[in-house]
Design a protein around this ligand. Sequence first.
Ligand SMILES: N=c1c2ncn([C@@H]3O[C@H](COP(=O)(O)OP(=O)(O)OP(=O)(O)O)[C@@H](O)[C@H]3O)c2ncn1[C@@H]1O[C@H](COP(=O)(O)O)[C@@H](O)[C@H]1O
Length: 105
Amino acid sequence: MGVRTANVQPGNIGETLEGLAATIHARRDVSPQESYTARLLTDVEDELLKKLAEEASEIIMACKDRDHDHIRYEAGDLVYHLLVTLERYGISLDELAGELNARMK
Ligand SMILES: N=c1c2ncn([C@@H]3O[C@H](COP(=O)(O)OP(=O)(O)OP(=O)(O)O)[C@@H](O)[C@H]3O)c2ncn1[C@@H]1O[C@H](COP(=O)(O)O)[C@@H](O)[C@H]1O
């Protein structure tokens, strides 16, 4: 298990996701030697997809343990890897918003 993040303060999810997505997009121009994100964007696609599946199973385990801080931590890992996946496959946050908005009742 990774190191738990200390002193987590609430933030604005829209701003945070947009900022993180922009950082991930910018890693397209960075060498894979310098950045984990750049590696996930350029390595064989199965490396990223395996990681996504691994993070999904880790949050499931955290939920089964009813461990609040661990669920939040693994949710962070999962959302980050999902954003990298969206970047890799060319889906912007605005397009994702459109998908979710289209389902709203
Ligand atoms: N938000 C993240 C982020 N979340 C998770 N990770 C990485 O994802 C990997 C998760 O792998 P693991 O689950 O195996 O590791 P773990 O979390 O230590 O352990 P467990 O979950 O297995 O218990 C680790 O290498 C983390 O460092 C992240 N790496 C980068 N970011 C963001 O991406 C930006 C760009 O970072 P670079 O990748 O360094 O360019 C950074 O500024 C951050 O904002």
